[in-house]
Design a binder for this molecule. Sequence first.
Ligand code: SAH
Length: 233
Amino acid sequence: MTWRADILTIFPGMFPGPLGESLAGKALAEQTWSLKVTDIRDFGLGRHRSVDDTPFGGGAGMVMRPDVLDAAIASVADERPLIVLTPRGKPLTQARVRTLAEGPGAILLCGRFEGIDQRVIEARQAEEISIGDYVLSGGELPALVLMDAVIRLLPGVMGHAESGVEESFSAPLLEYPHYTRPAVWADRAVPDVLTSGNHAAIAAWRQDAALRATQTRRPDLYTQYIASPARAP
Ligand code: SAH
């Protein structure tokens, strides 16, 4: 079954962009996922195909019009979740990425300018998602980020089925650090245990390294982990 992505944007040339390369590009060619890009300007008003107007209440910048966006949404809407990328949204999590990957696809609306008229978001019951606490100039990169996170989880996309399960944010801890050859590089040796061949010792070292990284880098996740009844002993 093909995971179907629809993008609504005023910059259709940004897609598939980086998702045309590597694993995602191969999966696109193999129809593991599909991409349809709709230019919001096709629904723009007047001779200039205008999609925005000045904000009620005043202030800088322009706001995307609800009537124009609603017509663009209507041209693709179906049972798939409609997602608006916005810094006002709920932060994207690996858990949400996973449920999206298990579904039929998504319709992603990319904002520009100061943002989108709130009424169309409410009328369409769109889900507002942010990719982090910083402001980008448009929703196109956030849409690509979200799709990349989903696509790598689709069946057959990643080489090793388990590589999706072990890494950061699936497990409640950050991942342990990685090392490869050469065993000594620039006077730095890899931790001895990793070359010992002792798999139990390696697993214990990795668990401990993951714990320490989480404690120092993400005290918020560490606190959650320590409090969770399901945690490994
Ligand atoms: N005035 C807005 C920022 C608008 S940025 C504010 O202060 O909240 C323009 C567009 O970029 C937004 O409509 C949104 O689609 C996109 N965007 C910017 N940062 C984002 C983020 N962190 N996550 C998701 N979308 C983002």
